[in-house]
Ligand binder design. Sequence first.
Ligand code: F6R
Length: 366
Amino acid sequence: ELGQYRHYMQKEIFEQPQALANTLEIIAGGGSVNPQLFGADASGVLNGVRQVLIIACGTSYHAGLVARYWLEAVARIPCTVEIASEYRYRDSVPDPDTLVVVISQSGETADTLAALKHAKAQGMGRTLAICNVPESAIVRESRLRFITRAGPEIGVASTKAFTTQLAALALLTLALAKIAGRLDADAESRALNGLRHLPVAVQKVLELEPEIEQWAQRFAAKHHALFLGRGRHWPIAMEGALKLKEISYIHAEAYAAGELKHGPLALVDKDMPVIAIAPADELLEKLKSNLQEVRARGGELYVFADAGSEIVESEGVHILHMPEHYGMLSPVLHVIPLQLLSYHAALVKGTDVDKPRNLAKSVTVE
Ligand code: F6R
């Protein structure tokens, strides 16, 4: 089953080009985005949606956080993202014109399912499940569905499910943008081309594994790490920190880089490695000044930079160059090296990569 791979997690990381290609097969042959991607009666449910509420747990929650940036920037629809276990017990204000999107790899996560039922009980009938398991409870409870085609995910740490969720959320963004009249034919065809090219782009990033393996050697000895990102890459920093914690047991925290001087900078010294997600986007200059603050305190920097970021390697500043800047979909590429980093750090530490201590693949109890 494992073939050339040592662990399911590694296999699943490397299956991502295929998982994405399968998930995006519906747009492979050209054409356009249409609401029917989400179910036969999708037009009725999606028309008139005034805001989006995304509910999920863990890694799936991080996918939702990325989508918020897309939905607001591209479709111009206000979006909030909530942790399921918080939403279900919170006295929130229901709005029938809100599209409730639940994201779950397994489709059986107890809190996410309960949060979905809670939303429905409050009269929020516009529901969509983004899920990797077609017959799951969460899919059955939802009016619309998009089934990611990642294939079975066996490693406890979610990898290919996450990137395929992002692909699904990008399609949802385009569909809602189109319904809102905010996507002209040109923009649509550019966006679809970006999606179609994703598997190839991910494949190129996977080729960075040997360099990341070297970084992991140094990482494995650390007790703490700080992940920084901005904008749509802040959730990617969060996902990187979660991966590192759960499989290599290294304490990691993620911060929006602009928050650094509001507290966490006090932690930075030579023993605190700082991982920065540095895509060549409109926030790069802001991020660079945050990185200088880290260097000034002696913190060692590990920077995932796009070609064109113009960040130079120097003492205490290690750079890994991503093949290209990928615009809106860049978070899909930037999470890959972080998955590999945590995987290789775990290998060095000798932890049980596919079954980390204290964790279950599917959390069906509260
Ligand atoms: C982390 C991880 C978990 C899950 C979370 C939600 O690597 O796998 O955080 O993402 O338990 O699970 P699903 O997506 O099945 O609802």
